[in-house]
Design a protein around this ligand. Structure first.
Ligand code: ZN
Length: 289
């Protein structure tokens, strides 16, 4: 049976893309973890889904074109990969600059400690905050902005936005936008999707704001998983390259504990400085002056 033309086209796209996915697979094992807590606003952990395309060269493509749903399914996969390619995962690899990012805050414990460490080390970072947490701890968001950090939108309450549509999806993005703008005086130009999960519909909503960038990450410290501070540092040492965007958290975490992040952060800063890296915010990383 002759495969349909759109099936062939999709196969070609997938095979081309599989090269870069294989690169990713070597350094970042695919992990799909769902949120562990039904209470999205609790001081609890968030799951992370690897933001990169979920395909690798080792993953054989099914060739049974007798399945009518297969071509449609592959077409959807191709669209999903296309959308993920619009996410920015790092800056220029030619300059030794990195951006520290902290998600899911603010909270009343760890955000403050992280801000203190950043202040002591004269490092500017980027915080992707939840609108609901920003509303709960407004002083923390004001402090971020006042101390020169960039505040981006991480949705209202960490819903998986690929499962939402219409007004629900718009509300998740724009309600957080409005809260952040009220607290910082600036409409957030950066957006990071919960779990790194994006869709075409999400981009349609996010891109209603001109010049908005959707930001992923290139180094996942997995700090929310309660790995040790030494393991976090080892991941940073192994995976950080010029232009890296490092993912850490300033709220949530397993059992609400991010003491590993607090212990690791000064060591991360000291190590990367000793390696000749400078720390910039995500906008500075992407638009060097
Ligand atoms: Zn998050």
């Amino acid at each position: 049976m002759t495969p349909r033309p759109n099936f062939l086209m999709t196969m070609t796209v997938l095979l081309i893309l599989s090269g870069c996915a294989a690169e990713v697979t070597r350094t970042q094992p695919m992990v799909a973890v769902v949120p562990h807590d039904a209470d999205p606003l609790g001081e609890t952990e968030w799951g992370i889904i690897d933001p990169q395309p979920q395909l690798s060269a080792a993953e054989p493509l099914k060739k049974d074109s007798n399945q009518p749903a297969l071509a449609v399914s592959l077409q959807k996969d191709a669209e999903a990969i296309d959308v993920k390619r619009k996410v920015i995962y790092s800056g220029s690899r030619s300059v030794k600059k990195v951006a520290l990012t902290f998600d899911d805050g603010p909270d009343k414990v760890y955000t403050q400690k992280i801000l203190d460490i950043l202040q002591e080390n004269k490092v500017k970072a980027t915080f992707f905050v939840l609108g609901a947490h920003a509303e709960k701890y407004p002083e923390m968001v004001k402090r971020m902005a006042k101390e020169g950090h960039v505040v981006g939108n991480h949705s209202w309450d960490h819903a998986n936005l690929t499962k939402l549509s219409g007004d629900e999806l718009i509300d998740e993005v724009e309600r957080a936008d409005r809260t952040i703008e009220k607290l910082t005086g600036s409409y957030p130009a950066l957006f990071r999707a919960p779990y790194g999960e994006v869709s075409k519909e999400l981009f349609d909503v996010v891109e209603k704001t001109p010049n908005r960038s959707v930001i992923g990450w290139s180094v996942d410290t997995r700090d929310w998983e309660k790995v040790s501070a030494d393991k976090i540092l080892a991941t940073v040492k192994k995976e950080t390259k010029p232009g890296a965007i490092l993912l850490e958290h300033c709220a949530g975490g397993k059992g609400g504990d991010l003491s590993n992040t607090i212990q690791a952060l000064p060591k991360i800063i000291a190590y990367l400085k000793s390696e000749g890296y400078s720390f910039v915010t995500v906008p500075e990383l992407l638009n060097p002056t």
